[in-house]
Design a protein around this ligand. Sequence first.
Ligand code: UDP
Ligand code: MG
Length: 319
Amino acid sequence: MINQPIYSLVIPIYNESENITEMYRRLHHVMAQLDGDAELILIDDGSRDRSLSMMRELHHCDNRVHYLSLARNFGHQIAVTAGLNFVQGKCIIVMDADLQDPPELILTMIDKWHQGYQVVYAQRTSRQQETWLKRLTAYLFYRILRRLAKVDIPEDTGDFCLMDRQVVNILNSMPERNRYIRGLRAWVGFRQTSVPFARDPRFAGTVKYTFGKSWALAIDGIISFSTVPLRLATYIGILSAFIALFMILLVLYWRLSEPFSPTIGYTLITISMFFLGSVQLICIGILGEYIGRIYEEVKGRPLYTLKETGGLKDNSNIT
Ligand code: UDP
Ligand code: MG
């Protein structure tokens, strides 16, 4: 095993067997250009294909490659969290396995680290070959989040980033379960900067972030970093009070100006019942999102369970 490396590369992997060889080839090339030792930490997030056996093979052939295997699929954010708990380097880089994050950009990020930045995040200037729906929803989400969140979370940034050991130590000390890493990374502070990049298409395989997973991540991002939705109930309540007042005036006007028609009364009652009913259900739903998360946190279960490790020990307490 090599001595304590300077650079740690953290890569979450979920059924990426078609990408692993090419990813390793490109990273190998980049690692050769680094000014210090590097380690590669691959996290198997409960893959069901050959990913884990390929990781074991790489670990045997190259002593810089280590791996972790989670006991089931815990999701991207938890897989990254697990990797961060085991890194040994002083400068940590997180990237995807599908080569959408070009490994060569790591060199530019490291330049910034040498200039004294503790966080360098890659900011997407374009997303090639992603569907218009994904691009539109991503565009809207990042802007809504920015308006709602108390922390300044940069737009169009993913988890592809470089972090100094200091920042990773803080992330490791955060016990929260709902880990929206790009938000937590912004929350930490220190000197942060961005490097622009064009997001490449996937090298191979299909997207692992299904619509459901992306939606869950988006909700996590908003709920973890903003309490504005809770205030929504108050605003909607005030609004519906005004609507009710307007309706009272309307009914009075009808009673005074025309002969009374009972059908208008029924229609109004039905509409207002449905309207208020749905407003209340929406507000209970929003409350539920927060309460559900409080429940998750209170249970205090470990963030993940490990099935196998290759050449690693928990380093979340390194200073
Ligand atoms: N990933 C993971 N667990 C999951 C889903 C994804 O570890 O449950 C990994 C995946 O293997 C990839 C990265 O997270 O390395 C990003 O996934 P993907 O390319 O599907 O998402 P996108 O590029 O659309 O953000
Ligand atoms: Mg991808």
